[in-house]
Write a protein that binds this ligand. Structure first.
Ligand SMILES: C[S@@+](CC[C@H](N)C(=O)[O-])C[C@H]1O[C@@H](n2cnc3c(N)ncnc32)[C@H](O)[C@@H]1O
Length: 219
């Protein structure tokens, strides 16, 4: 029996290396503009200002996404907010272990998108993952096939617009994981997915900075 991809030496060593590099975020964050203030910048300028900051998901969030993708076996996984690809490695590993499907991830910063593509290649996941460079509100309009799993981790005020762009393509039973839901700016997103009239069933999970797990219940 082959080891689950997350225990594969190549994938493990990329995750370990990226986590070591991301550990420098605490110092980088101290000299960066606070998130609330940075919101005055347009999304692209903010991405350039934060180009050296990983803002990577917690290991438990990666594991949760891996488990949900293994269970749901989606043909298409979409990620909003790649950064250096820490979360994307978990998504790609799950797709690889399923033996079906692919991941499309999108990142605004050209430098980060290029580095993420290199990291995914180092992990041996280049066949499973396509990295799109550009604003998700444009790049994700290219999606024209059903989406079974969506991971939201870009700039927080864009979760709802990105969800609405992909909504026509969400399969019945599609899962959506939104990260950092304790941020006040996510109020509109949470109100939307928690209102059953919009066709979702949604549950807050007390993990890291808050996770919202949402299921598309109508198509
Ligand atoms: C929190 S980080 C993502 C961390 C990543 N998911 C991980 O776990 O390693 C958010 C990223 O989203 C990117 N981003 C923000 N707004 C975006 C947009 N409109 N389109 C594409 N990427 C965007 C930022 O440049 C930043 O790198």
């Amino acid at each position: 029996m082959a080891p689950a991809a997350l225990r594969d030496d190549r994938i493990r060593s990329v995750i370990d290396r990226l986590r070591l590099e991301a550990a420098g975020d605490a110092a980088r964050m101290r000299i960066a503009r606070p998130a609330a203030e940075a919101r005055v910048l347009d999304p692209e300028a903010r991405a350039e200002e934060r180009v050296e900051i990983f803002m990577a998901i917690a290991p438990a969030t990666g594991s949760l996404c891996y488990q949900l993708i293994r269970a749901r076996r989606p043909a298409l996984v979409v990620e909003f907010g790649t950064s250096y690809g820490v979360s994307t490695v978990y998504l790609g590993a799950a797709v690889r272990d399923n033996g079906l499907g692919r991941v499309v991830t999108t990142e605004l910063s050209r430098a980060k998108a290029a580095a993420a593509a290199d990291n995914l290649a180092d992990a041996g996941l280049e066949a499973q993952v396509q990295v799109l460079c550009g604003d998700a509100r444009e790049t994700l309009t290219e999606i024209r096939t059903p989406v079974g799993f969506l991971f939201l981790d870009g700039w927080k005020e864009l979760y709802l617009p990105v969800l609405r762009i992909l909504e026509p393509w969400l399969e019945d039973g599609a899962l959506i994981v939104a990260d950092d839901t304790s941020f006040e700016v996510l109020g509109d997103y949470l109100s939307y997915v928690r209102d059953p009239r919009n066709g979702y069933e949604s549950t807050p999970l007390a993990m890291d900075d808050g996770i919202e797990l949402t299921c598309r219940t109508v198509t």
